[in-house]
Design a protein around this ligand. Structure first.
Ligand code: CU
Length: 228
């Protein structure tokens, strides 16, 4: 074989190896193996009939001192974070009610799209007990956004904004006694593994505030598994 062809083949093989290596690394980059499974809660009447019902309750914090990353805040005590974990598992073909208690302040979204509730039953959520379908894009603390993607699994898209705690209600230390509580209910399709993340620019100054907590698994993103 001609030397040049051997060289070209070697380049292709090494390139394929590098790509496979990156793929394996990304697939394994869960960082956090802890999982919170939804709690079964009987059945619920829905637009799709009576379905098994399950609930999930999580929180969002302005730093990592609430305990989910260890007693002293773990590797990044200053990072904003969801908790107690960021990997969730819910049953397929079921109705899920999630409650997110947000202890963090916030400001403006990059994209108003994420100020709207999307993918829940009738497109609404309850904010502190009041029905809403969107909040001001200038008063968002975080979002909980599950991404569907094109594959053999069912498409799944859900996005709910968490209202920011008012500036005057954010204490210098510790957590506010006036968190915003958002509850929303959605119906799952078939089994699949999805990714969720926050779409509010809550990272530090790097990567247009999508760095730090926003680009580290286990803080503002995680896995969302629909189990058959
Ligand atoms: Cu966030």
């Amino acid at each position: 074989m001609n030397r040049r062809i051997v060289g070209a083949l070697a380049t292709v093989v090494i390139g394929a190896g590098v790509i496979a290596g990156i793929g394996t690394y990304v697939a394994a980059a869960k960082n956090d193996s802890r999982l919170l499974a939804a709690t079964p809660a009987g059945t619920m009447e829905t637009p799709q009939g009576v379905l098994p019902h399950a609930t999930l309750a999580i929180s969002v914090y302005p730093d990592s001192m609430a305990g989910s990353h260890g007693k002293d805040g773990g590797a990044h005590p200053g990072y904003v974070t969801y908790g107690p974990v960021t990997n969730f598992e819910v049953p397929a073909h079921s109705v899920i009610t999630m409650t997110v208690t947000n202890y963090d302040g916030g400001e403006s979204l990059n994209n108003d799209f994420f100020a709207h509730v999307r993918g829940t039953i009738d497109g609404s959520a309850q904010l502190n007990g009041q029905r809403m379908t969107s909040i001001s894009p200038d008063a968002v603390g975080h979002t909980f956004t599950i991404h569907g993607y094109s594959s053999t699994q069912d498409e799944f898209f859900l996005s709910v904004p968490m209202k920011a705690v008012a500036e005057e209600d954010m204490p210098e230390e510790g957590f506010t006694t006036k968190p915003s509580v958002t509850t929303f209910t959605f119906i799952t399709g078939g089994p699949g593994e999805y990714i969720w993340n926050c779409e509010y620019p809550c990272g530090d100054g790097t990567i247009a505030k999508f760095g730090a907590a926003m680009s580290t698994m286990g803080y503002m993103s995680g896995h969302f598994t629909v189990k058959g």
